[in-house]
Ligand binder design. Structure first.
Ligand code: GLU
Length: 425
């Protein structure tokens, strides 16, 4: 499987710097339907704590470069803060806030006992050496370690980070506070990682698509899909889609893309990617660019890279009947409305890509109990949690006659609001 470092190095096409506003608009829409009291509403909307740190790193050239690092803890009413660390040039405080808020709703929706957080460093990991990345990670961890901890805040991989980065974070934290594997998840197996964690997000994406098709009396078998991104999420999504008898007809990554009407040979593509680090040029397929991928006549479109890729300028091109959001906030609000009006079903990020944090919860549990599960158990428990969350959302969407996104936010907000109220002020 490709390394997570290949994940999603697209440049977003939509306007940036308003991701947090967009997530808050989704929150408000659901809170209105819940008739939420304005005071509780402002508590739930406001991040609990935002940490910004300077991260000076001695580069291989001998010069020091100062990076900006962030950790935003959005809401911790239901448990320790939880969420990934993103290394990407477009990371800024606004985006980290938006992603932290999404984690609050994601953990609540899946009913895992965590709050929501996110972190990131504005850097370009593709153009840094391993040792530079290690120095960056250690310095960043040291500077935010005061707000981390197995019962306080538990990071995980996100775009641009992987198990290796988690190992350095765990080591740096443990050397200050004592051995603490549960301080991060997404670790390698040798350091207390969980079986099934690497594939979990992609497995969850396909489980959710399958749950949707079951609910409408259909199945993935014979269904076509197009996947944007071939990092951790996109690669496992393609693998599980084809294993369930579906056809993956197109995949793009940052260097290009491939299309085959009859379906791509995913096992062969995996091998090709392992060598070339891109899907572009895969034999037996036509080249395909990102924008054309969005306009393909497929059953299902799966954005699995950066945020803000489905915008008001390309939404009207989309011909898929189903969009499953493997990435975080891939769809801008206007585009979301457009798709909804055109009867295109969108399964939102906080449901569709929640497999990662769900297995992170299993990893954390295994670390705290020092009792390790076999892969079958991990996959079964993941499936149970994902299908239950889907059915909850599906039922509420039917009852409320609203989109899956609105129903998902309503369910999640209700759970966090209840915990917040019960904890009192
Ligand atoms: N970064 C992943 C996400 O956005 C996983 C977070 C986690 O496992 O804590 O859901």
């Amino acid at each position: 499987m490709p390394s997570r470092f290949s994940t999603g190095r697209f440049t977003s096409t939509g306007p940036r710097h308003n991701a947090y506003e967009a997530v808050n608009a989704l929150f408000d829409n659901a809170a209105d339907r819940l008739n939420m009291d304005p005071q509780l509403r402002s508590i739930l909307k406001t991040p609990f704590r935002e940490v910004t740190v300077a991260v000076p790193v001695r580069m291989d050239s001998g010069k020091i470069h100062v990076y900006a690092g962030y950790r935003v803890q959005h809401n911790g009413a239901r448990g320790p803060w939880k969420g990934g660390i993103r290394y990407h040039p477009e990371v800024d405080l606004d985006e980290v806030r938006a992603l932290a808020s999404l984690m609050t709703w994601k953990t609540a929706l899946l009913d895992v006992p965590f709050g929501g957080a996110k972190g990131g460093v504005s850097c370009d990991p593709m153009n840094m050496s391993q040792i530079e990345l290690e120095r960056l990670t250690r310095k960043f961890t040291a500077r935010i370690s005061i707000v981390l901890g197995p019962q306080r805040d538990v990071p995980a991989p996100d775009m641009g980070t992987d198990g290796k980065v988690m190992s350095w974070m765990m080591d740096e934290y443990s050397s200050r506070r004592g051995y603490a594997p549960a301080v991060v998840t997404g670790k390698p197996l040798s350091l207390g990682g969980s079986k099934g964690r690497l594939a979990a997000t992609g497995r969850g994406v396909v489980t959710i698509a399958d749950s949707y098709y079951s609910a409408i009396g259909e199945s993935i078998k014979g269904k076509t899909c197009a996947v944007q991104g071939y990092g951790n999420v996109g690669s496992f999504t393609a693998k599980f889609w084809s294993e369930r008898g579906g056809k993956v007809v197109a995949i793009t990554d940052v260097k290009g893309g491939v299309y085959n009407k009859a379906g791509l040979d995913i096992a062969a593509l995996e091998k090709f990617f392992a060598e070339k680090r891109t899907v572009a040029g895969f034999p037996g397929a036509e080249p395909m660019n990102n924008q054309d991928l969005f306009g393909l006549e497929v059953d299902c479109l799966i954005p699995a890279a950066l945020g803000d890729v489905i915008t008001s300028s390309n939404a009207n091109n989309i011909k898929a009947k189903l969009v499953v959001e493997g990435a975080n906030h891939p769809t801008q609000p206007d585009a979301d409305e457009d798709l909804h009006e055109r009867g295109i079903v969108v399964i939102p990020d906080i449901l569709a890509n929640a497999g990662g944090v769900t297995v992170s919860y299993f990893e954390w549990t295994q670390n705290l109990t020092s009792f390790y599960w076999d892969e079958d158990k991990v996959n079964k428990e993941l499936e149970i949690k994902m299908r239950r969350a889907f059915l909850d959302v599906h039922e509420l969407a039917r009852k409320e006659k609203c989109s899956y996104r609105t129903a998902a936010f309503m369910l999640a907000i209700r759970r966090v609001a209840e915990a917040e109220e019960q904890r009192g002020n």
